[in-house]
Design a binder for this molecule. Structure first.
Ligand SMILES: [Zn+2]
Length: 375
């Protein structure tokens, strides 16, 4: 089952964006993916592998936290353990929360809701994620002004349509460091700010109410208690802040880099919509073709990375079939690649993780150069 999310609100001042009406490519993709599930008899959601993986990752996170709180005291063990905690927080996001937020985890709505709340536990907000990621990013992938994920403000120029500043010449170097602050900014500023102003980037969002508001507030209270209040009862404040900084920095770098390798690489397109006679905007390709051309896979053969990243190195399949549990992506990628071949649609894939990192670096350097798009 695929959703073609076209109901996202356009940013104020921007015309509503539509895709080309044809859905031939999408229909063929669905037909072949349906055939795959019929042939193998596998379940799209509620996979035993996924439940086992959830237990493993949660145990990893709780284990690292308990060791830091009650067992380990020497700094040379505390620091690497804080990094391990940060990695487990990223793994919760990649694997459990991301699938659940897309309703790809289970057939049961309450299981998806519960698992999506693991994001609130590690300092984010499942409510805001739903808007920022599921609605805005997945609808308008890589369309400047619409996709908030490629907008990091004046600090970096990620798409050719964005304004260039002279210091972007160095963005290929300094952005890697700034990526580390993503999670810290997210924990301490962004969620509160977005709720206060009722907007994410240029998109208006309804403020959480009722149950959503309760989960938002309770999530923040639990996260701040776990990250700061309770540890400070047992350890000096500077040690607690140090552990938080390392864990949040590591998870920030990992989360940002993995996202960038899927969309901000040389292989991905950044389509510019054309204005229609009625004042709207239209992307020339059908939605599914747009998703494939704006997204890139990487390291598909790397089993360790594929496990840790929750299938986010298979973002082409994720963008097309985000309601299917990620444990199926490696197999589905063979199906999708074949259909792309049949339809003459370019299938983007970097062979290795480092190949994708180099591609992202080259893209940043290219976007920072004045001659690309003189402004
Ligand atoms: Zn997603």
């Amino acid at each position: 089952m695929t959703t073609q999310p076209l109901a996202a609100p356009a940013a104020p001042g921007l015309p509503k964006l539509k895709f080309n009406g044809s859905d031939r490519f999408l229909r063929e993709l669905r037909r072949q993916v349906d055939a795959y599930f019929e042939r193998t008899g596998r379940r799209r959601r509620d996979c035993a592998k996924m439940y086992f993986k959830t237990a493993t990752i949660l145990a990893w996170c709780v284990g690292a936290y308990v060791l830091l709180m009650f067992v380990v005291t020497s700094w040379w063990l505390v620091l690497p353990l804080a990094a391990v905690l940060g990695l487990s927080m990223a793994a919760i996001g990649f694997n459990i929360q991301h699938d659940a937020a897309h309703k790809a985890y289970s057939e049961r709505a309450w299981v998806n809701k519960l698992m999506a709340m693991t994001l609130d536990l590690v300092g984010g907000s499942s409510y805001l994620w739903d808007w920022k990621h599921n609605t805005i990013h997945h609808t308008y992938t890589n369309v400047d002004g619409y996709d908030d994920d490629i907008n990091i403000g004046f600090l970096g120029r990620l798409s050719p349509e964005q304004k260039r500043y002279p210091f972007h010449r160095l963005q290929g170097i300094y952005l890697w460091l700034l990526y580390g602050f993503l999670a810290i900014k997210w924990h301490l500023v962004d969620d509160f700010y977005n709720v206060a102003i009722g907007r994410i980037g240029g998109h208006k969002i309804p403020r959480p109410k009722g149950r959503n508001l309760f989960v938002f507030v309770a999530g923040k209270v639990i996260f701040f208690s776990l990250a700061f209040v309770i540890p400070m009862m047992l350890h000096p404040w500077w040690a607690v802040l140090g552990v938080y900084a390392v864990a949040a920095f590591v998870s920030g770098v990992v989360l940002s880099v993995v996202f960038q390798l899927a969309h901000c690489v040389e292989e991905a397109d950044f389509p510019v919509p054309v204005q229609t006679a009625t004042g709207g905007a239209r992307v020339e390709n059908e939605w599914a073709v747009h998703q494939v051309l704006t997204t890139a896979n990487f390291a598909r053969g790397n089993r360790v990375l594929s496990w840790f990243l929750g299938g986010l190195n298979f973002q082409v399949e994720h963008h097309l079939f985000h309601k299917i549990c990620h444990v199926h992506y490696p197999e589905l990628s063979k199906v999708v690649e074949q259909v792309c071949k049949e339809f003459g649609v370019r299938y983007n894939a970097n062979k290795t993780f480092w190949g994708a990192v180099r591609s992202h670096f080259r893209w940043l350097v290219q976007m920072g150069r004045p001659e690309v798009n003189p402004s």
